[in-house]
Ligand binder design. Structure first.
Ligand SMILES: Nc1ncnc2c1ncn2[C@@H]1O[C@H](COP(=O)(O)OP(=O)(O)OP(=O)(O)O)[C@@H](O)[C@H]1O
Length: 229
């Protein structure tokens, strides 16, 4: 479970988040959506313990987030941060050496599913295959929280599809909560349980995706557009 209470984040020149108050439950996949600069990445970095809130508190499974929270959170960043001179297998080995919760067997299963050649050098991988490798490394960790910042950004429709299917197949919903930021809303619509809209650093709406679809007869994009009007 992730709990943010009255969280504010100010950078030198910008207030990125204004008093965020939200609880995310284990067993659910949440989408965090909003326009550019609305505060999505900042929210993920705070939960991952990479940056500190200006005010307020953040807890993961009842433990206050600080730099040590990395032990409980698997964070897929927007950036490609891997060593180009390693091949896929060496990159997986490196992650296994860094994280005691890394499940080597699961990593192999996902690598196989993603059709990634273990001998390919990371610097020679296409953007799509680097996206797939990121998924292998993020999902192979047995941690209660998985955070994904723009996992589909810049990828072609086939790669997006394999990543969404990989997510469905390999997340452990009994023990994990997943928070995904994305602008590719239609692609993840079927995956999400809940969607949270962030606007100018504030939560402007939260909704169960089935309620939206069956009771309000609306897609996520229609709902978000209404909030942003
Ligand atoms: N390191 C930083 N230093 C100063 N300002 C920052 C920093 N990171 C983000 N900001 C500012 O904080 C605000 C929120 O940024 P954030 O990256 O969280 O938005 P986002 O919703 O993830 O945007 P995008 O969809 O473009 O990725 C923006 O105004 C941004 O310019």
């Amino acid at each position: 479970m992730i709990k943010l209470e009255h969280v504010t984040k100010r950078y030198l020149k910008a207030t990125a988040l204004k008093t965020i108050h939200v609880t995310l439950e284990t067993g659910k996949i949440y989408g965090l959506i909003g326009s550019n600069g609305s505060g999505k990445s900042t929210t993920l970095k705070l939960i991952a313990g990479l940056i500190q809130p200006t005010k307020g508190s953040i807890e993961v499974d009842g433990i206050r987030v600080d730099r040590r929270i990395a032990a409980k959170v698997s964070y897929l960043s927007e950036l490609d941060e891997y060593y180009g001179f390693y091949n896929v297998r060496q990159t997986i080995d490196f992650f296994a050496s860094q994280f005691s919760d890394f499940n080597r067997e699961k990593a192999e299963t996902i690598r196989d599913y993603m059709k990634l050649d273990p001998e390919s050098k990371v610097k020679h991988l296409s953007k799509g295959n680097r996206g797939r490798l990121k998924m292998v490394l993020t999902l192979a960790r047995e941690v209660p929280v998985i955070l994904m910042d723009e996992p589909l950004s810049g990828l072609d429709p086939m790669v997006r599809d394999s990543i969404v299917k990989g997510l469905i197949s390999f997340i452990d919903l009994e023990h994990q909560v997943i928070l995904i930021t994305t602008h590719e809303i239609k692609e993840v619509e079927t995956l999400l349980d809940e969607v949270i809209v962030i606007k100018n650093g504030e939560i402007a709406g939260q909704c169960n995706v089935d309620d939206l679809r069956y009771e309000q007869n609306m897609t996520i994009v229609e709902w978000m557009t209404k909030i942003y009007e």
